[in-house]
Design a protein around this ligand. Structure first.
Ligand code: HGY
Ligand code: MN
Ligand code: MN
Length: 412
């Protein structure tokens, strides 16, 4: 497929959109704390909506807050071309994880307007709700493709006990549209790599060939509260000691599956969390990932054995519930090839790359032809307030994305 002449991207405008968006939830250390469905997220949604409308888009919201900004094409009956990512961040997040994919799409719409180009197909730039899964368990993109039951998601609560549905209503993000029902011609997502390879090896962009398998669990360890002074050590049912043994074992399970197997406990709560009461209950989440299904299966088996062994010590009971599972995936070969053609316009090297991070595109890929493009981030740091990228790299990614989107949007 002949590559459409590359679209003139305005790198300064792209950069300043990130700077302005990055002010919403900005932290003193230069990062961003804009967790899903918080007032900061509401401000980001409003800013994106304003910019999209200024670019001539209609903006619609579905019942889980997914925002769809649509630039109409000549033939509205043709399935649109979709791109986008997420505006929510980790608590110690950065300006680029998620926001880049949304603002890359917006820059393409702005550049099309500047160039006076009308496409055959409409183009939709989407901001998916709660991709990070920090505050609430399930993302808007997983719900959009029907991977998660809506009622279950609505009733899921954040650590403060607030329901997902109530949080949507609180920031006026519960829209009228039902889930799904938007068949796309193709879906693209631009994202920072969140790893060190592109920068270390001097590549401008990475064309993402596939993504990891991932299993998320929630674990409850139940012992018995007791007096920190009077309860002899041998009689204790200390839930935190048991959970700590499990956390160390889980690290070893990751180490036992090199080079890309990973296992993380990122969130843990202790009850009653009093300095002179033996912890009675501990809950924590597990995030395990591996590039292959065999690796996932092996790690899941090791986790089950570890939970059983801890329970057999007879001190505590352990429940380990699967929150969700994503199988390893391969992105659409035609779209991957198209992104590579789009990369021809760059005078810098491009490489194939595999994603160990999860993305909205990973859910969409199950239902629509989907592909991703990565750009480098400084030292591969992400989910950290030090997250940083260069305007040159951000613009190069948009250039590659634009060429592919244009090629698809010009087709009948
Ligand atoms: O966890 C992830 O991989 C994504 O950044 N939410
Ligand atoms: Mn992300
Ligand atoms: Mn992230």
């Amino acid at each position: 497929m002949r590559n459409h002449p590359s679209l003139p991207i305005d790198a300064d405008r792209l950069w300043h959109s990130h700077e302005e968006m990055g002010q919403l939830g900005a932290t003193p250390k230069g990062g961003v704390n804009r967790q899903a469905l918080t007032p900061e997220d509401q401000q980001a949604r409003a800013l994106f909506t304003k910019w999209a409308q200024q670019a001539g888009c209609t903006v619609e919201t579905d019942c889980v807050g997914n925002l769809f900004a649509r630039r109409p094409g000549r033939d509205p009956s043709l399935p649109a071309v979709c791109t986008g990512s997420h505006l929510d961040t980790q608590p110690t997040g950065g300006k680029y994880d998620g926001a880049y994919g949304v603002l890359a799409g917006l820059e393409i719409l702005r550049a099309l307007n500047d160039a006076g180009i009308e496409t055959e197909r409409s183009i939709e730039v989407v901001a998916w709700t709660n991709e990070e899964g920090t505050r609430f368990a399930h993302s808007g993109s997983a719900l959009f493709v029907g991977k998660v039951d809506l009622a279950e998601a609505y009733n899921a609560t954040d650590p403060a006990g607030i329901r997902f549905e109530d949080a949507l209503v609180a920031i006026n993000a519960k829209g009228p549209l039902p889930l799904g029902n938007r068949p796309y011609d193709s879906v693209f997502e631009a994202h920072i790599e969140q790893g060190p390879i592109l920068e270390r090896d001097g590549y401008a962009v990475g064309i993402v060939t596939g993504a990891r398998g991932q299993t998320r669990y929630t674990v409850t360890v139940t012992g018995m509260e007791g007096h920190a002074g009077t309860m002899p050590m041998t009689m204790r049912q200390d839930a935190l000691v048991a959970a700590s043994r499990l956390v160390v074992t889980l690290e070893q399970i990751g180490l036992d599956h090199p080079p890309q197997g990973v296992c993380t406990v990122g969130a843990l709560t202790v009850y009653p969390n009093s300095r002179n009461t033996i912890p009675g209950t501990v809950t924590f989440d597990i995030d395990l990932r591996h590039p292959t299904q065999d690796g996932i299966d092996s790690m899941e088996a090791a986790i089950a054995a570890a939970m059983q062994a801890e329970q057999h010590k007879g001190k505590v009971s352990v429940t380990c519930t699967v929150l969700d599972r994503d199988a390893p995936l391969t992105f659409d070969a035609d779209l991957v090839a198209l992104l590579k053609v789009g990369a021809d316009s760059l005078d810098r090297p491009v490489m194939d790359i595999f994603s160990m991070a999860g993305h909205d595109a990973c859910y969409l890929a199950a239902h629509q032809p989907t592909a991703m493009v990565f750009v480098p981030c400084k030292n591969g740091i992400s989910h950290n307030e030090l997250e940083s990228a260069t305007v040159e790299d951000l613009a190069a990614g948009v250039e590659v994305l634009a060429a592919a989107i244009l090629a698809r949007a010009m087709r009948r």
